[in-house]
Design a protein around this ligand. Structure first.
Ligand code: AVI
Length: 323
């Protein structure tokens, strides 16, 4: 049986992650990067979020692909030619890309994710289902910069399609999103980018999606503290903290924070921080755009051509960018 080839690059070590977390916690306004959500439990909690009625992005994006998959594939092939190399960024369980294999008919599939063990399992299962397809797994943290190794499929000039679904681009600040999109453009010269983006909508709908009644998103957010305890050797007590999700209209983003319920102190080997009651740790931003704003962001990153498919409620957009 074919096993996917696996490469691991630029993965932050535990001590780099710990340094990063410590720096964030010691800032005057404490903030940590969203990557601290995604330990094994955090990845499972995120999967549970995507099943929630209130969290519309995942199923809406899937509905757009179900309704327009063939038109999208035609548009992709018009840019890349038939059988592009598909590069799936943040592939996770690889399910979103696999659903498009029939329409896109990729000649090779490169799955990239920071969560290497999870990716390895998913990709091995997928390879068994598609034994003839060339598959490569790449363990890579591209949250700072995206630089692909030179020997991946497509390096010989075969056209590439970069696939970045789920609106994960919304978790980057606008300058970082622009830089990452520009890296994606350079990773696929003469190819295309297929990307999901969550669209601006009523604050009530957004708020409900990030503060669900079952408390799954709260658990996802609070689990970052459990992860920090393991990583840093810190002594966060989860019950002293509360999940806060709010829509920041001026920045057009949902913000998630963890708020101290009481005055408290957190310590870890080599550091400590006191939090007043009500003080917060900022854990995530999730930007929302109008279609025109997202098109502009793609153009600012260097793309000259953009097409967009939306659901009837215009909750979510799938954008194809090239040029
Ligand atoms: C991964 N990312 C696109 C999700 C989002 O909607 O920003 C993460 C998430 N945070 C809370 N719920 C989901």
């Amino acid at each position: 049986m074919n096993l996917p080839y696996f490469v691991q690059l630029h993965m932050p070590s535990a001590s780099e992650l710990a340094r990063d977390a410590q720096e964030g916690l010691l800032q005057p306004a404490a903030a940590i990067a969203p990557k601290f959500f995604y330990d094994t439990l955090g990845s499972r909690l995120f999967d549970a979020i995507t099943e929630l009625q209130a969290y519309y992005p995942t199923r809406t994006e899937a509905a757009i692909f179900a309704a327009h998959g063939h038109a999208i594939a035609q548009a992709v092939h018009a840019v890349t030619g038939p059988r592009p190399v598909m590069i799936d960024l943040g592939a996770g369980n690889c399910a979103k890309a696999a659903r498009l294999f029939g329409a896109l008919e990729p000649r090779a599939y490169v799955a990239v994710d920071i969560s290497v063990d999870y990716l390895r399992q998913a990709l091995s299962a997928l390879q068994r289902e598609h034994p003839a397809m060339d598959m490569v797994g790449l363990g890579l943290d591209f949250s700072e910069r995206l630089a692909l190794p030179n020997d991946l499929p497509g390096a010989d000039g075969a056209p590439r399609l970069v696939f970045y679904p789920g609106s994960s681009i919304g978790n980057f600040s606008p300058p970082m999103a622009r830089a990452l999109l520009s890296d994606m453009r350079h990773a696929a010269p003469g190819g295309a980018l297929l990307i999901g983006a969550d669209l601006l909508k009523s604050p009530q709908v957004l708020q409900a999606a990030y503060d669900d009644e079952l408390g799954v998103t709260a658990a996802f957010n609070l689990n970052a503290l459990v992860n920090l305890n393991a990583l840093l050797g810190a002594d966060f007590h989860v019950r002293q903290w509360q999940h806060v999700a709010l829509f920041n209209e001026a920045e057009s983003r949902i913000e998630m924070h963890l708020q101290a319920r009481e005055e408290l102190q957190v310590t870890w080997p080599g550091g400590a921080r006191r939090f007043a009651a009500g003080e917060r740790v900022h854990t995530e931003n999730s930007y929302k755009w109008t279609p025109a704003q997202f098109t502009q962001l793609l153009q600012d990153a260097g793309y000259t051509q953009v097409r967009c498919w939306r659901d009837p409620q215009e909750a979510f957009g799938v954008f194809l960018a090239w040029g």
